[in-house]
Design a protein. Sequence first.
Length: 249
Amino acid sequence: MKAIVEYNSRKITVNISKPIDISIPVNPKKQNVNAWYTKAPEISAETQEGYEISVANGAVVNFNNIHFNPHSHITHTECVGHITKELHSVNKNLKYFIFLAEVVTIAPLFHNGDFLIGVKQLKTALKNKKRDAIVIRTLPNLEDKKSTDYSNTNPTYLSEKAAVYLREKGIKHLLIDLPSVDKEKDDGRLLSHNAFWNTAGKVRMDATITELIYVPNDVEDGEYLLNLMIAPFENDATPSKPVLYEIEK
């Protein structure tokens, strides 16, 4: 099924019957992705007066509680409220959900004992392209990204200069397959978060960062239509389901 979308005066044709889901779900039945030293997520039946409310237990419905942290256990999208004293909700600040995105694959650099994504790599990948969103797939791109416990592993992160470059290039939505755009332990500086949202200047309230995505290896680098779907939580971050669509030439 094809759809024609008019985007910034450009007509784009996509096959909406072939979505590319790049989200990681909460799935306690398997080894779930995890970060930031949290316990595993839980999904369990509500218990009232000692009675478990589930069809298996004789109830007419399943009635589950879900305990998780969006920053730790699932693909999530966050706004500047993640790092500000003021409370800002991503649900209120993300008002549009369809964007032109560029998928790029980056082999992290080794620098001063860390692996990071540098500004030169992003400049090479984006060149003079004008995009609203960037989807960063890091190498190696193994299936275990969906179940890795990143806590205390010093994962790859984005350099501050790279974050500044993306902001100055007009990228509003940054999606990455890592638990954070910043170093796991950086004494609370959060250089890339601050640089991308421009907290030292005019704050980009409508810009978002989506972390813990997974882009399958058979998805080629290039231009896609992105549907950035979020759950309506009034919180700095919320579970999200970014979906890509190939653009027909």
